[in-house]
Design a protein around this ligand. Structure first.
Ligand SMILES: [Fe+2]
Length: 160
C-alpha cells in the first residue's frame, strides 16, 4: 500500500533510490557538522556560518526524504550502520584544509545530484509527482550552492 496511489511495481525501486539518498544525506550532514566545528583560519566566521546553514538545510531534507519513503509505503533506514552501508558518500576521518573542504563538498553534492537525477527519472516515468517535486527543489538548491562554491574557488564555468 502506498499513500500516493502510484500503484506501480516501480515504487520499490524509487524507495530504494530514496533510501540511498537518505543514507548519503546523513553522511553529508555529519560531514558539514565536522567542518562547521573544526574549520580554522581566516574564513572561520564565513564558513562556520555557511556550513551550519547547509547542515540545517540537510536536516530538513533528511526528514522529508524519510517521510516520502513512508508515504510510498516503505520504511526508511534509521541506523548509523545502515547509513554507512548504503551511502554513496564516504564519511570524513580527518579534517582537511579549508580549500579541500570545499572541494570535498562539491564532489559530495555532485554525488547527491546524481542519485537525485536517477530517482527523478524513474519517479517521473511512473507519475510519482510528489517525489519529482521534492527532488527538483533539492536539485535546484544544490546546483545554486555549487555555483557559489565554484565562484569562491574562482573557477568560472560560464561560457564566454
Ligand atoms: Fe554550531
Amino acid at each position: 500500500m502506498d499513500y500516493a496511489n502510484i500503484e506501480s511495481p516501480k515504487v520499490k525501486e524509487i524507495t530504494e533510490n530514496l533510501d540511498e539518498l537518505l543514507a548519503s544525506y546523513q553522511v553529508y550532514c555529519q560531514k558539514l557538522k565536522a567542518f562547521h566545528w573544526n574549520i580554522k583560519g581566516k574564513s572561520f566566521f564565513e564558513f562556520h556560518l555557511k556550513f551550519e546553514e547547509l547542515y540545517q538545510d540537510a536536516l530538513v531534507k533528511i526528514d522529508e526524504i524519510a517521510e516520502r519513503i513512508l508515504i510510498l509505503g516503505y520504511t526508511p533506514s534509521y541506523t548509523f550502520k545502515a547509513y554507512l552501508d548504503k551511502s554513496a558518500l564516504i564519511e570524513v576521518h580527518e579534517i582537511p584544509s579549508e580549500r579541500k573542504m570545499i572541494d570535498e563538498l562539491l564532489l559530495d553534492m555532485n554525488q547527491l545530484l546524481k542519485i537525485e537525477k536517477t530517482c527523478v527519472k524513474i519517479a517521473a516515468e511512473h507519475c510519482d509527482c510528489g517525489t519529482v517535486e521534492m527532488l527538483n527543489r533539492f536539485i535546484a538548491y544544490k546546483e545554486k550552492i555549487s555555483w557559489m562554491f565554484f565562484t569562491w574557488l574562482k573557477v568560472d564555468l560560464t561560457k564566454k
